[in-house]
Design a protein around this ligand. Sequence first.
Ligand code: 1CP
Length: 341
Amino acid sequence: MRDSLLIKAAFSEKTERPPVWMMRQAGRFMKEYWDIKNKYSFLEMCKTPELAADVTMLPVNLLGIDGAILFSDILVTGEAMGGDLSFNAGTGPKFANPVRTQKDIDNLQTDVGDKLQYVADAIKVIQQRLNGSIPLIGFAGAPFTVMSYLVEGGSSKDFKLTKLMLHNEPAMAHQLLSKIATVTANYLNLQIEAGVNAVQIFDSWAQALAWDDYKEFSHYYIQQIISKLNRKDIPVISFCKGSSVFAPLMAEAKPDVVSIDWNVDLLDIKKRLPAGVAVQGNLDPHILYADKKVIKDRIYRLFDRMKDEPGFIFNLGHGIMPDIPFDNVKYAVDIIKEYAP
Ligand code: 1CP
């Protein structure tokens, strides 16, 4: 895998073309996903290695992308720590026992490797199916983002209770974040041990934070996690929504790749990062709703801009929306493979 397009680009080595994969590629925009989802619950799919492998392989077989991503969710760490997690159509993820008091935090467990063993089992089945063709990306949620679901009890628009805990009870917030960070570092090492070829940390809601709060309550813990990973030749990708602002700080945590949202010019931000830090991104996912000529124009514009830069992985600035037409996603992957500067 060390010679694959994705791993080479992640280590800022020259590649014949930029590799492509897309956040949330293994999911809801594909009819074949729903054929499986209509028979099982989401958590059953995650916890049954053969099913997790079936879904992981969908975009590999149907799109021909350059990296597979483990089928799971960022909230499985919260569940393993004691969160009563469910996923309901329409309302998204729910924790029935939100974490809001000192006692709630004290009750959270951190020695949870056994409870996440099903992920290691899934990774082994997926690697058999991939059979050395392309790298498998493992992942986990960043502590701040996972904390937000635990504290709010589910999705949130304004993160009111989470931010109140940061601001009024910072010592409690640090205890909670520290517990999540311990679990997350161990969990990513479990994935590396089981055979993933790269890992990505998702801090999906970091953009809700002010600079100082991001530094104290998010960046600090991501740095801790990255420093504990048994990386060998496993690149670490750090994603956050808000990276057009936070990227220089994200790079200080020493990931190999910083994944950038679509608010910023990718070349400009790459030039502001230390040499040897690759970038991933940064197409606005809404472009994939547009006409094919717009899709081609925007992707080739990005590629022309990045053509002299080793260390560029094509991705979206955030995940694929469930109602994006499959045909447009396939078209994007096809034209990326045809790109010649
Ligand atoms: O390609 C893939 O989709 C791989 C598997 C994957 C990943 C990487 C899933 C499956 N979830 C995730 C990460 C994830 N989960 C993130 C980070 C990425 C991002 O920012 O988009 C987040 C924030 C979640 C939390 C979550 N889980 C949400 C978002 C809710 C919100 O607050 O907006 C949702 C809808 C889920 C459930 C979920 N996870 C994955 C799928 C396919 C689904 C839908 C389940 C269903 O079909 O009902």
